[in-house]
Design a protein around this ligand. Structure first.
Ligand SMILES: Cc1cc2nc3c(=O)[nH]c(=O)nc-3n(C[C@H](O)[C@H](O)[C@H](O)COP(=O)(O)OP(=O)(O)OC[C@H]3O[C@@H](n4cnc5c(N)ncnc54)[C@H](O)[C@@H]3O)c2cc1C
Length: 417
């Protein structure tokens, strides 16, 4: 790995996460994968190391870092097991919309417990009929006095049932279509909120994926995030900040697969020589390492650029008692990170699928076996191309932003001519 000039604090975070990955996750990852159980003891280790809130402001009990710190932790944990690492990322998916769009009371109420890991978080937008197309959301939230009454079914929720806090999307005004969707925080245990089917999966099997059922669930009015009808803006703003986390998961697991493969190819002998002496194997390893480093360089530079732009807005918003998103829009002149975060998620997840497939190939038959760790990395890699928007959707979003940018630069040129 190149020297990326990490600060002492960042190196400490990486060391802590790497130690948990090595000592606490590697010995148990195959068992959690096999049994599809939630890794509570490891969650406790991550909590004790104070790694849940590395990206959250100190005011809310976090470490005061940003997106880059979340990326570093996710990468280091995913190097051992991307399924276990997902508990941290899923909590981030709950904290990020509260941090970016929440009001001061919501920030103060919910963020400290997510920062300490005392409570786990989750994010639930997907429905059986609303996957890539979130505008088809059918869940409803009808205002009734001091509460919203939520009805509907959400599915494929990561950390479902394990999490205590859920950022939920439901329509407060179905007649307005996409502009009627709103975001809420819902606490586990709220009457009318229950858990349905638990999914069985190809990979990331240490992560629970649940269906959530809302049946006349009364959510306090003050749990509405931002404004009624702005749910899709909350979702997109969250994805802009969370997709580098998926990229970090992909990067970490690709590196983990290559580490295991490098150890194996140096000891495995065929034709009287280590298989690492065959040029075909060497070239595959070289391509994997090059792709991984390209992904890391892109991811780190995007996360750092996002932090440089967003941290002053976070500080200012906390001082002024405003939603971060509003301050961010003002300070950045409306600059969004949709294109860059989609690019980094797309690149790293496609890279991870290719690298892990090649790692299985380099290891031969043993690479395909359950009692050798490499096949799990390949199964885990696949989800990074699917969730938080499939890679087809990432390409759509990148192209849409490119077309918009090209049109506005033509307009600018016409004005200047
Ligand atoms: C393990 C797992 C965990 C998940 N965790 C969460 C979670 O925590 N919270 C949450 O809300 N959701 C979660 N999801 C849902 C996930 O984000 C969706 O599965 C994903 O966005 C795709 O939606 P879909 O499955 O309905 O696929 P579909 O939307 O039905 O897509 C099927 C295929 O059609 C393609 N497609 C669809 N529309 C277009 C288009 N316009 N252009 C080109 N191609 C298109 C897709 O790329 C895909 O290849 C999770 C999913 C899984 C599998």
């Amino acid at each position: 790995m190149m020297n990326y000039g990490l600060t002492e604090d960042q190196l400490t975070i990486v060391r802590l996460a790497a130690e948990i990955a090595e000592k606490k996750i590697k010995p148990v990852r195959a068992e959690y994968d096999e049994k599809e159980e939630f890794p509570w003891p490891v969650i406790e280790d991550i909590r004790k190391a104070d790694l849940f809130g590395v990206y959250l402001p100190e005011k809310f009990g976090g470490f005061g870092g940003g997106n880059f710190e979340l990326v570093l932790v996710t990468e280091a944990l995913s190097r051992a097991c991307a399924g276990i690492a997902l508990a941290v990322a899923a909590s981030g998916l709950c904290a990020i919309p509260i941090l970016l769009f929440g009001n001061p009371e919501q920030r103060q109420k919910f963020l400290p417990e997510l920062a300490s890991g005392k409570k786990l978080g989750a994010f639930t937008i997907t429905e059986p009929e609303a996957g890539s197309d979130a505008t088809s959301t059918r869940a409803t939230a009808r205002l009734d006095g001091d509460h919203y009454v939520v009805n509907g079914v959400k599915n494929f929720c990561s950390s479902g049932k394990a999490a205590d806090l859920y950022v939920l999307f439901a329509s407060t005004n179905p007649s307005k279509g996409p502009r009627g969707i709103s975001a809420f925080v819902v606490e586990k245990g709220t009457p009318g909120f229950s858990f349905g089917k638990k999914e069985t999966k190809m990979g990331i099997r240490a992560s629970w994926t649940y269906e959530l059922v809302f049946n006349n669930c009364r959510v306090p009015k003050e749990n509405l995030i931002y404004k009624e009808g702005h749910g899709l803006r909350v979702a997109q703003g969250t994805f802009d900040y969370s997709r580098p986390g998926v990229a970090a998961q992909a990067l970490g697991l690709a590196q983990g697969a290559l580490d295991e493969s490098m150890a194996y190819i140096r000891v495995r002998k065929q034709f009287g020589k280590p298989i690492s002496s065959f040029q075909a194997i060497q070239h595959m390893a070289a391509d994997c390492a090059t792709q991984i480093e390209a992904g890391r360089a892109l991811l780190y530079s995007v996360a750092r650029a996002m932090d440089a732009a967003s941290k002053p807005a976070v500080d200012e918003a906390i001082k002024m008692g405003l939603p971060v998103y509003d301050v961010l829009e003002k300070l950045s002149g409306g600059k969004r990170w949709t294109k860059e975060s989609a690019m980094v998620k797309l690149f790293c997840s496609d890279m991870a699928m290719k690298v892990t497939t090649d790692c299985v190939q380099m290891c031969g038959g043993i690479g395909y076996m359950r009692d050798f760790p490499v096949e799990k990395y390949m199964r885990d890699a696949k989800i990074t191309q699917i969730y938080e928007g499939t890679n087809q959707i990432q390409r759509n979003e990148i192209a849409a932003m490119m077309i918009k940018e090209a049109a506005s630069s033509e307009r600018r040129e016409a004005v200047n001519a």
